[in-house]
Ligand binder design. Sequence first.
Ligand SMILES: [Zn+2]
Length: 275
Amino acid sequence: MGVADGWVELGDRVFVRRYAFYDQNIGVILGRGEALVIDTRSSYRQAREILDDLRSLTGDPVTVVVDTHGHFDHAFGNAVFRPASIWGHERCVPFMERTGETRKPKIAAETPELAGELDEVVIDPPDRTFSDVATVEVGGREVELRYLGRGHTDHDIVITASGTAVVFAGDLLENGAVPFYSDGYPLDWPATADALAELVGDGIVVPGHGDPAGRAFATTQADSIAAVADLGRRVHAGEISLDDAVAAHPFPGFPPEDARGPLVRALAQVRVEVS
Ligand SMILES: [Zn+2]
């Protein structure tokens, strides 16, 4: 593992860089003469910052971008990387078309420092899509893209460079925060998180936000995600109240109240599934 000017090499020519804004991880996989970037941040300015920072790693062009999912902090910088191919899950495209422009006012209200940067953002969804698995070539090396099931959204994908033990997990996992459930599928997420932990094996997982970690972290968070689904079902069944479920505190180390949003979302999905 090596460090080059803020980039940390987690595997053979597989790098991550931590940005203070949203404590976000951006991935880079270098091939011969080409680079692949994982996620593009929240604005053109932030995306250009990635390109500037890349100069300390390589002079080669970014020919491939992969969006782990379509949330603004992962995909609003896409257009800056054109004419690169942009890869994502097939449902990433309609998600961005449906939510990208319409959520700008809410994003600006919640994150004032971005407000002046959102107007110029043209929603530019992936042009290369897949449903379950895809292999992308970048400068003579292969990169695997996998959809493991619904979770943080209905289109999260995970990325590994062949022959390395590094898994980029997007927001299917978050280290240092409770996972974000607002667009999530709480009842599906446990199986997806289990599959992710399995894929991590003895390797390294890079969450969308927070410290890279190992399988133990992935398994612990998968257990918390499973607990949310279970508590949601129990609230729906009338066994416990929502407040009791919050108090049961499925995310150790965080305030119980942080679990309320996830539990409300879980309850909503149970209601949809039984109706
Ligand atoms: Zn997200």
